[in-house]
Design a protein around this ligand. Structure first.
Ligand code: COA
Length: 176
């Protein structure tokens, strides 16, 4: 197994203003954003989240077989760290085209960026940055300073996207 890339963002140092144009541009082009808490944590929405996550995860290097729906429910949604307010969705009409899911870990005093994904036809338009801006606001409002994430070293786009936001390599022994 290759060495994972562990990144962390200091929310106190994050400059929201630098990334607001991505949100504005996306909205101007007809993309809406909502959390799963706002849309409703319903069985249909859980299934839609699973489908979107599964499709996007197919592009993660060496991801292997994705969870079955039952496994996803058990491991990702019916988990104490799941928070529907931390699931940011990008919507084009009725279609869910992007997600950024963040979990909260009070025991470790940090938040964790579980999965950010955008459907293929919508990539390269700044949607991941727009969703992450909303995710970072969720983390801040939840009272956390540190947001961590973990990537396969071959996942160049995801690593570049997080570095663009200001994530840096996690030094050994630090928070995330
Ligand atoms: C990673 C991913 C979410 C990026 O989404 P996106 O909406 O296309 O990304 P954006 O357009 O917001 O780009 C944001 C930044 O990421 C970087 N980036 C995005 N795509 C890139 C690519 N193919 N190669 C290199 N850098 C890339 C750039 O730095 C870009 O900023 P810039 O345009 O100012 O240079 C998307 O490629 C994806 O869904 N991948 C599959 C799922 C995945 O691997 N998720 C991460 C694991 S949790």
């Amino acid at each position: 197994m290759p060495e994972w890339v562990r990144l962390q963002l200091d929310i106190d140092e994050f400059d929201d203003h630098a990334f607001e144009p991505y949100l504005r541009r996306a909205r101007a082009s007809g993309i809406d954003f909502a959390t799963m808490a706002e849309l409703g944590d319903t069985p249909d929405h859980r299934r839609a989240l699973y489908d979107l996550n599964k499709t996007c995860s197919a592009d993660i290097p060496d991801r292997g077989e994705f969870y079955t729906y039952e496994e996803y429910l058990a491991q990702r949604i019916d988990a104490p760290t799941f928070n529907p307010g931390g699931v940011v969705l990008a919507l084009h009409g009725n279609e869910w085209i992007g997600m950024s899911a963040t979990s909260l870990h009070p025991d470790r005093g940090l938040a964790f960026s579980e999965m950010t994904g955008v459907l293929g036809p919508y990539r390269g338009q700044g949607l991941s940055l727009a969703m992450k801006l909303l995710a970072i606001r969720f983390v801040r409002l939840s009272g956390y300073r540190w947001l961590g994430t973990l990537h396969h070293p071959g996942n160049a786009s995801a690593i570049a996207m997080n570095r663009r936001l200001g994530f840096v390599d996690q030094a050994a022994g630090t928070v995330a």
